[in-house]
Ligand binder design. Structure first.
Ligand SMILES: N[C@@H](CCC[C@H](N)C(=O)O)C(=O)O
Length: 289
């Protein structure tokens, strides 16, 4: 079967975008893996599929698969590319778009400067909803930064690594580092990710606080490995930094692939993410049997 696709990127986090608004392509997990494969397929961190509105008051649905072929709940950089895609393809004339993802409705807004601001909804801290299995961890053992207990995650390191756990629809663990360039992302990322307390896996963020309004971030993503940027990872890291009293309400996040701006007014408020969304090329490809 031959399919058409659009290759996009947002701050270097790259996507294959598929249009299923006129009918399902019927792809399998193996097909998504093939499309994400940088040697045998197109190559992407995630594959985004755009589907028609599932309900009144919602414009589209979009479905996210990691490069490993598994479907996931949320993708921040992908949501900006989704918005750019539906406008460029003439699928909507709206600037503000309501789109259903696996974990709820989010609202991208195309802004006049070409960037996209997304209302990513509220962060979730309840361990069971992240999900993070906190059984057997006493509060004393958990320690605290500010008023927010951090979870000690067992790793190959001598001492357990302290991480802040947050869900932005998908699970994140954020740890503070002094220098993000020197952070052991490739070794510690997979160790934290494999920790059984994260019962559905986790994206692991390494956060360097530069000032109260500037951070640097690297993320070892679930189902991919380290990416050049992770939008939900940036939201989770800034939310963690704000709750720890280290950051102001609006923060520029320097990733390896570009700059994202994250704003959060605190408990009960949505997280807003602003950043670029760019089409790289369009093409068609024959899927293997
Ligand atoms: N790159 C994304 C996150 C994609 C999903 C993630 N790998 C997961 O498994 O939760 C982003 O920009 O948020």
């Amino acid at each position: 079967m031959r399919i058409q696709f659009t290759k996009m990127q947002g701050a270097g986090n790259d996507f294959v975008v598929l249009d299923e608004t006129k009918g399902r392509l019927g792809l399998t997990s193996a097909h998504y893996r093939f499309l994400g494969d940088r040697h045998f397929g197109v190559g992407a961190d995630q594959i985004l599929t755009v589907r028609p509105s599932p309900a009144e008051g919602i414009d589209f649905e979009y479905v996210i698969h990691n490069a490993d072929g598994n479907e996931v709940e949320q993708c921040g950089n992908g949501s900006r590319c989704f918005a750019r895609f539906v406008r460029d393809q003439g699928l909507t004339g709206k600037d503000r778009i309501r789109v259903k993802t696996m974990k709820g409705v989010i609202e991208p807004l195309l802004t006049p400067d070409g960037r996209v601001t997304v209302d990513m909804g509220e962060p979730v801290f309840n361990p069971a909803d992240i999900p993070f299995d906190e059984s057997g961890l006493s509060l004393q053992a958990m320690g605290s930064w500010g008023n927010w207990p951090l979870a000690p995650v067992e790793s190959a390191q001598a001492a357990p690594l302290l991480v802040a756990t947050v869900s932005m629809g998908n699970p994140h663990a954020v740890t503070l580092v002094a220098d993000v360039d020197a952070a052991p992302v490739a070794t510690l990322g997979p160790q934290v990710q494999a920790n059984p307390r994260f019962t559905q896996g986790v994206n692991v963020g390494f956060l360097q606080v530069v000032s109260r309004s500037q951070v640097r971030l690297r993320v070892y993503e679930r189902g991919v490995g380290e990416t050049l940027a992770c939008g939900t990872g940036a939201c989770a890291a800034v939310v963690a930094g704000i709750r720890l009293g280290l950051l102001d309400a609006r923060v520029d996040v320097q990733t390896r692939g570009g700059m994202l701006t994250i704003a959060w007014d605190g408990m009960g408020a949505s997280v807003f993410m602003t950043g670029p969304a760019t089409t790289v090329f369009r093409g068609e490809i024959d899927l293997p049997e």
